[in-house]
Design a protein around this ligand. Structure first.
Ligand SMILES: Cc1cc2nc3c(=O)[nH]c(=O)nc-3n(C[C@H](O)[C@H](O)[C@H](O)COP(=O)(O)OP(=O)(O)OC[C@H]3O[C@@H](n4cnc5c(N)ncnc54)[C@H](O)[C@@H]3O)c2cc1C
Ligand code: FES
Length: 258
C-alpha cells in the first residue's frame, strides 16, 4: 500500500527528535518500517514508533539533508508513506530485556507496548548522550516497563554506556529474550553479552535503502537484505554478517566505517 497522507500532529520528543503522527490504516507489526517521502523529494526508511491502529507515527532524528527536510514538516502538510515492510519482533517471550541507544528507542517502544499487552514483563536499559535526549523514557514507564538509564555525561542514571546497566540486568537473570537497537557498536556488545548469559538476542538494523522490496540490493547486509530479511535479525544471523558493527554502505554502495 502507498498513500499520501496529512500529518495530524508533530511532537518534539527530545532536542534532536520529532514524532510525526498521521492516519495510515494498513496494519503493521512492531519492528516494521515504512518508506516516507515528501512529495517531489527523496524518501527514507523509518521505523514505526507507533504501529498499533490506524494512527501511525515515526520518530525522526536529524542526520542529513533529507531527514532535516522531513523534520521541517508541520501539522497539515502532506507526506507519502508506503509499506509497512520487513520483519518485526517475535512477541512470544514473557520476560524481555530491551537495550536502547539514542533514537533506537523509536522502534523498541511499540514492541515493548505490544509485548506488555500480551502479558510480558519488560525491563528497559535506556541510553543517550544526555538526560534530555533519553527518548520515550516516560512512555516506557507509563506502559509498565522497569526503566534504568545511562547517559554519557551522567545527567541521568549511570554515567557511561547503556551496556553497563544492561550487563547487570542480564547477570541478575530471568530473561527469555534481549531486544536491542542503537549504534551498531553497542548492538554488537549487547549480542555478545546476551550470548554469554545464554539469552537469545535480536537487533534492529539500519542500512541505506532504495526499493525496500528486496530487488535493488542497496541494503545488502552480508547474505541478507535488511528490507526483507530484517530489519530485526536474530544474533545467529547477525553473526553471519562480517560488516555488522564495522561499516555500512552509502547510496553508491561504498563502505562507510562506523
Ligand atoms: C529500517 C530502517 C529504519 C529506520 N528508522 C529510523 C527512525 O525510526 N528514525 C530515524 O531518524 N531514522 C531512521 N532510519 C534512518 C533513516 O532512514 C536515514 O538513514 C537517516 O535519517 C539519514 O538520512 P539522511 O538522508 O538525512 O542522511 P544522509 O545524508 O544519508 O546521512 C547523514 C549522515 O548519517 C550517516 N548515516 C546514514 N545512514 C546511516 C546508517 N544506516 N548508519 C550509520 N550512519 C548512517 C551518513 O554516513 C552521514 O554521515 C532508519 C533506517 C532504516 C534502514
Ligand atoms: S532496499 Fe532494495 S533490496 Fe533492500
Amino acid at each position: 500500500m502507498r498513500e499520501v497522507v496529512r500529518v495530524s500532529e508533530t511532537v518534539r520528543e527530545t532536542p534532536s527528535t520529532v514524532t510525526l503522527r498521521f492516519r495510515y490504516a494498513e496494519p503493521a507489526l512492531p519492528g516494521q518500517f515504512v518508506m516516507l517521502w515528501l512529495p517531489g523529494d527523496d524518501e527514507l526508511p523509518m521505523s514505526l514508533s507507533f504501529s498499533e491502529g490506524p494512527e501511525k507515527g515515526v520518530t525522526i532524528k536529524a542526520m542529513g539533508d533529507t531527514s532535516r527536510r522531513i523534520l521541517a514538516v508541520r501539522s497539515g502538510d502532506a507526506v507519502g508513506v508506503r509499506g509497512p515492510y520487513g520483519r518485526g519482533f517475535d512477541l512470544s517471550p514473557h520476560r524481555i530485556l530491551i537495550v536502547a541507544g539514542g533514537s533506537g528507542a523509536a522502534v523498541l517502544a511499540p514492541a515493548a507496548e505490544a509485548a506488555i499487552a500480551r502479558g510480558a514483563k519488560v525491563s528497559v536499559a535506556l541510553g543517550a548522550t544526555t538526560a534530555p535526549e533519553l527518548l520515550f523514557e516516560r512512555r516506557f514507564a507509563a506502559m509498565g516497563a522497569t526503566v534504568v538509564t545511562a547517559t554519557d555525561d551522567g545527567t541521568s542514571g549511570e554515567r557511561g554506556f547503556v551496556t553497563g546497566p544492561a550487563e547487570r540486568l542480564l547477570a541478575a537473570g530471568g530473561f527469555e529474550a534481549v531486544w536491542t537497537c542503537g549504534p551498531e557498536v553497542m548492538m554488537v556488545k549487547v549480542a555478545e553479552r546476551a550470548r554469554a548469559h545464554g539469552v537469545p538476542s535480536f537487533g534492529s538494523v539500519e542500512r541505506h535503502m532504495k526499493c525496500a522490496l528486496g530487488m535493488c540490493d542497496a541494503c545488502a547486509f552480508g547474505p541478507f537484505h535488511v528490507c526483507t530479511d530484517g530489519p530485526v535479525f536474530g544474533a545467529d544471523r547477525l553473526a553471519q554478517v562480517p560488516e555488522f558493527g564495522k561499516f555500512h554502505r552509502g547510496p553508491s554502495g561504498g563502505a562507510i566505517p562506523f
